[in-house]
Design a protein around this ligand. Structure first.
Ligand SMILES: [Zn+2]
Length: 261
């Protein structure tokens, strides 16, 4: 088992009790993607790195990374908690879902290229109060490729044209232009704006984004498209996703109650 002591950037994905006083911590790392860390005495009162391993904490750590099995943290050099996420139910729910998605998308202990920076940028935007659903939709759109779905967003999959009205077809794995709509009765019937955002999301570098705003109608459409593709073609059933859906149903109910008052 190869092992090297090195510094790395990490984001806490989740923590799990292990034995009486130890912890297992799943982290997203810049060097070896998702990785499980064994933290001896992590649950002990007064543990030196207690604040470095809280949920929604990110930073630079020094430790030994395993290419197989458990890794270890020796020390943390600089860490911060995303306070704007930890203290807000909705942001917390979306951030948890993003981290869980990424954890499922990539195998443990292997490089994930530019994905660490993209996920860190997503969490930073949510932490600063940018729309958590929209930021999550960008990550969902781009992770489809990692899950092996890789839809063609930017042109008709039959003729390659990008200058006609486009609509999404699951059957054809991408857009169909108006002339080829007849091929799929069950195409999504998307409006132009939703198509535009999906195309943008597919290639957006979140590190270059300061501000991201989408109207409520389009947000609903985008979520519906992504939920449908994830349900039909990725087939993940994540608890964190169900929680978001329950949260929305509750919000709608509360909204109706307020209107009735
Ligand atoms: Zn076409």
């Amino acid at each position: 088992m190869a092992r090297e002591t090195t510094d790395f950037r990490g984001i806490i994905i989740y923590r799990r009790d292990y034995r009486e006083r130890d912890l297992l911590i799943k982290m997203l790392t810049d060097k070896i993607g998702p990785a499980m860390f064994y933290v001896r005495d992590g649950k002990k009162r007064g543990f030196q790195m207690a604040s470095d391993i809280l949920p929604f904490t990110h930073g630079t750590y020094i430790g030994s990374l395993a290419d197989d099995g458990l890794s270890f943290i020796n020390t943390a050099s600089e860490t911060h908690q995303y306070h704007g996420i930890a203290g807000d139910l909705s942001r917390n729910a979306y951030a948890t879902y993003i981290l869980s998605l990424v954890d499922h998308a990539f195998p443990d202990n292997q490089s994930i290229g530019g994905w660490f920076n993209q996920v860190a940028a997503a969490l930073e935007l949510i932490n600063r109060g940018q729309d958590e659903q929209v930021v999550t939709n960008v990550i969902e759109t781009q992770l489809l490729n990692v899950f092996g779905v890789a839809p063609t967003w930017d042109r008709c999959v039959i003729c390659g044209r990008a200058d006609r009205l486009l609509d999404f077809s699951e059957q054809y794995g991408g857009m169909l232009c108006k002339q080829h709509w007849y091929l799929d009765d069950r195409r999504f019937h998307l409006d132009r704006r939703t198509v535009y955002y999906l195309q943008q999301f597919a290639r957006l570098n979140l590190q270059r984004v300061n501000n991201i705003k989408v109207n409520d109608f389009t947000k609903q459409r985008l979520q519906l498209v992504l939920d449908t593709i994830y349900d039909d073609q990725v087939g993940l059933r994540l608890k964190s996703k169900r929680f978001i859906q329950q949260m929305h149903r509750l919000e709608q109910k509360m909204g109706k109650l307020n209107l009735d008052d």
